[in-house]
Ligand binder design. Structure first.
Ligand SMILES: [Zn+2]
Length: 174
């Protein structure tokens, strides 16, 4: 990611690149993953002591390059209280990352879902696109020692309030 900070008084700008293995996204009710990624890249006010004497700056983080595998963690636990957020996030098989970079089309290939109210209790399940049918609707549900067949649309609907980590694979462009 590219993160840049701009002083609101003198306009001085500093920029740096940061490497991430995954991105942690704030969740809000009835958002799509595209909207969460858009929100992640919003400009936010920060306190920073600039040489001009001002401590009001703004900061923004945008994509510098796009990975082959994009891992998104939804911030379902509030940092201070560890209270769980059950906001529904709309999932769809395809994701178009909001960026000006090219090759920004991804396919959702796996989901980790957490049901329960605290991070150290509850139940984790994972879902994966069936390897026999890339691009199809066949999915698998991994629930402890039981693996069962399911369908993509049912998975997306069923886990919208519990989806915790999303794994996307870059789509080949031809
Ligand atoms: Zn300044």
């Amino acid at each position: 990611m590219n993160s840049s900070r701009t002083c609101q008084r003198c306009g001085v700008r500093s920029q740096r690149e940061e490497m991430f293995t995954s991105l942690c996204l704030d969740v809000f009710l009835d958002a799509t993953v595209e909207q969460l990624l858009q929100d992640y890249q919003q400009t936010v006010p920060v306190d920073y002591a600039c040489r001009c004497g001002s401590n009001k700056s703004i900061m923004a983080s945008t994509f510098h390059t796009l990975p082959q595998n994009l891992i998104l963690q939804l911030k379902r636990f509030k940092t201070a209280t560890m209270e769980k957020r059950h906001d529904a996030v709309h999932l769809s098989p395809e994701l178009q990352v909001p960026t000006h970079l090219s090759d920004r089309f991804y396919r959702l290939v796996s989901i980790i879902s957490h049901s329960g109210t605290t991070p150290d209790s509850g139940h984790y399940r994972s879902f994966g696109l069936h390897p026999d049918q890339r691009g199809g609707q066949r999915w698998l549900c991994y629930d402890d020692n039981i693996v069962s067949a399911t369908r993509g649309p049912d998975v997306f609907r069923g886990v919208q309030e519990t989806a915790y980590v999303l794994f996307y694979q870059k789509q080949r462009t031809c």
